[in-house]
Design a protein around this ligand. Structure first.
Ligand SMILES: [Ca+2]
Length: 205
């Protein structure tokens, strides 16, 4: 996608400029380190028990940050929602995820993501409002407060063991527009694009 290659090219020019000036990039190089040590689901889920998409539990309340959602979830079991086939919600002021509400939604999203080849997976999260993302029991990204549509930096995951990994997302939409998107570029190649529906599953009843 033009948008992403543009971002990466500007970043390279920016870094090259500073390197030419003799500036070292401790912070930048550290943030570019891949996430490793992710834990695949153990045992791996049985194909017969898997249903498409990610399971979601909804909490209808006004949240200003993820901490408020965490506190709320201790006292409210929430309501199960229609599973999310994939994370491609960029709906403006429309309904949030699979709810019939356009504001004041908290969501606890769980399931599995299939990374079927070893190697590097580069993810991007696009969010509005707060989001927390853990894969393989490791925190990958967090933007805990209210914000307009924002892309994460590139989040590189390096795995040696292919298979299903647990994925856990906490998300809330306070007001106005809402967005929750997850993109990846898999080691098999291809462009940065939405993580496809076939890479998501949850254990259904
Ligand atoms: Ca919003």
């Amino acid at each position: 996608m033009f948008k992403f290659s543009m971002k990466s090219d500007i970043f390279k020019i920016f870094v090259a400029g500073f390197l030419a000036m003799g500036v070292t990039f401790t912070a930048f190089t550290a943030s570019a380190e891949p996430f490793t040590g992710l834990k695949p689901a153990s045992p791996q889920p049985n194909a017969a028990e898997l249903k498409p998409g990610l399971a979601v539990q909804y909490y209808g309340a006004k949240f200003n940050n993820l901490e408020e959602l965490d506190d709320w979830m201790k006292y409210d079991d929430g309501k199960p929602g229609i599973p999310l086939p994939m994370l491609n919600y960029h709906v403006g002021t429309g309904d949030v995820l699979t709810t019939k509400s356009n504001d004041f939604v908290g969501a606890d999203i769980k399931g599995f993501i299939k990374m079927d080849k070893p190697g590097r997976y580069t993810f991007l999260v696009h969010s509005n409002d707060g989001v927390y993302l853990a894969i393989g029991d490791k925190l990958i990204y967090e933007f805990p407060t209210v914000h307009a549509d924002t892309f994460s930096d590139e989040l590189v995951l390096e795995i040696s063991e292919p298979g299903w990994y647990p994925i856990h997302i906490k998300y809330f939409e306070k007001k106005n527009t809402s967005t929750l998107e997850l993109y990846w570029e898999a080691p098999s190649g291809g462009d940065m694009d939405f993580v496809p529906a076939e890479a998501f599953a949850h254990i259904g009843k």
